[in-house]
Every structure is written in structure tokens, then in C-alpha cells.
Design a protein around this ligand. Structure first.
Ligand code: ZN
Length: 244
């Protein structure tokens, strides 16, 4: 089975549409989404609709849960909270219900899927070796997929202690046939690795291989859509051109 793994769309419709078009060429059997359909961006309803239509598995991210009212917004940065409050105002009730029902983790065969990490599927960023080690310990799955940090990476654990980071070039298959793997597909709607193009992963579970992909999209359009909405911070638009 061939799967496209996407994450962190954040209401960026031009980016989501570009990635779905790129995925068409890959002829995948399923699309798995690791969460955060909303937050930051200007087209929450359209993104929730499109993900419901196209994705076979949809996880909840912290932004989805924030909009759904799963926790108090008091302790979060005003810049982030503003987008959550605006999203709550405009999101249709059936979409809000959908967000409320989502879970931040799932499993499919030998693959464990988490929005953030196995230890804390909603909030924990996996960015250093201690967090990678914890992720491998807290999940029994051989292949672990996480989103949340918006930074694409792949690490493999050939033993119980050693961890090797691999840097596969874009569009090049790498083998995941042996050992354990922890992979982040990067973000569709708000990449933070300095490359503004939308990021995603193709996983061939039959051939046991994976590849990282990027898709160009109309960044100016996504920015214009954000700037048209007074309640959304300007920085949500500006950061898209530099991919941070
Ligand atoms: Zn996110």
C-alpha cells in the first residue's frame, strides 16, 4: 500500500490544493493527515471540508482541539489565540463537531501516528535526541509518524541506544525496511525549515521505502487571504514567504 502523509495544513487552502494535486501523480492508495487542519490561516472551513473528502485518516492537532474548546486558551500567546478565536467565529457547526470528534493518535499496521509525540500526542515537540529517544520508547510501532514541529526529518534506530539522523534528498526513495523509524513529513501550510514550499511524505508500505516531497504553491494568494482578515496577525502571512 502506498500512502501520502501530510500534516499541519493550518487553513492554508492554496498549499493544501497544491499538495493534493502533487499527490495525484504519486497514485497513492490512502492519504493520512497528522492534524492541525486549522489555526494561523484564512480558509478553515475549506480545509476541513477538503481533508474530510480526500484523507482516509485525520488526526486532531492542538490547534483543532483549541478551536473545538478542548482546553482553556488563557496561557497561550495572543497572536495564536487571535486566530483560534476568529476560527471559532467562522467555522461551520458541522466542522466544529468534526474537530471535536478527532483523536490525536492512531495506528495502522506497523505504523503509529501521532500529531505531536507518543509521550504527549497533542503538545510535545520532537526536536532533540532526548525527545526522539522518548518517542521510540513510548511507542511500540516500528514506524512512528509525527507532525507538530513543522520540520521534516527522519531518524532511524538500529539498536536500542543508537539513533541516526538521515538526510534523504527530495524525491529520492530511502529504505525503511529494517530497524525502527521516526519520521515527520513537515508542514503543508506553514513550513518552518526555511523552505517555504509545502512539505509532505510518500510512504510505500509494500516496498518499505519513503521519500520527502515539496510542492510549490501560490504563497502570495495565501498571504492575501490572511491579510484580508483583520483578526489574523500580519505575521501569519509574512512568515509564509520565508518558511519559518
Ligand atoms: Zn501545527
Amino acid at each position: 500500500m502506498k500512502v501520502a502523509v501530510i500534516s499541519d495544513v493550518h487553513a492554508n487552502l492554496p498549499a493544501l490544493e497544491a499538495v493534493l494535486a502533487a499527490i495525484e501523480y504519486e497514485q497513492v492508495d490512502e492519504i493520512w493527515f497528522l492534524g492541525d487542519s486549522v489555526g494561523y490561516g484564512a480558509r478553515p472551513n475549506e480545509c476541513v471540508d477538503l481533508l474530510r473528502e480526500k484523507a482516509d485518516l485525520v488526526l486532531a492537532g492542538n490547534h483543532d482541539l483549541a478551536v473545538a474548546g478542548a482546553f482553556s486558551l488563557d496561557e497561550y500567546r495572543y497572536e495564536v489565540v487571535r486566530a483560534w478565536l476568529w476560527t471559532r467565529q467562522v467555522i461551520r457547526s458541522e466542522n466544529l463537531e468534526r474537530l471535536e470528534q478527532l483523536q490525536p493518535q492512531a495506528a495502522r499496521g506497523e505504523v503509529g501516528l501521532y500529531h505531536a509525540s507518543p509521550r504527549d500526542p497533542v503538545w510535545e515537540y520532537v526536536t532533540n535526541s532526548e525527545e526522539v529517544r522518548a518517542a521510540l520508547q513510548w511507542s511500540d510501532s516500528r514506524i512512528i509518524l509525527v507532525g507538530h514541529s513543522h520540520i521534516p526529518f527522519a531518524v532511524t534506530s538500529p539498536g536500542s541506544v543508537r539513533i541516526d539522523q538521515v538526510f534523504p534528498p527530495e524525491n529520492e526513495w530511502f529504505s525503511i525496511a529494517s530497524d525502527r523509524w521516526l519520521i515527520n513529513p513537515g508542514s503543508v501550510g506553514q513550513p518552518r525549515d526555511g523552505d517555504p514550499r509545502a512539505s509532505f511524505l510518500i510512504l510505500d508500505l509494500g516496498a518499505k521505502a519513503a521519500k520527502f516531497c515539496r510542492a510549490d504553491y501560490d504563497i502570495e494568494l495565501a498571504q492575501k487571504q490572511i491579510l484580508e482578515i483583520e483578526e489574523l496577525p500580519e505575521n501569519n502571512a509574512q512568515r509564509l514567504s520565508s518558511g519559518v
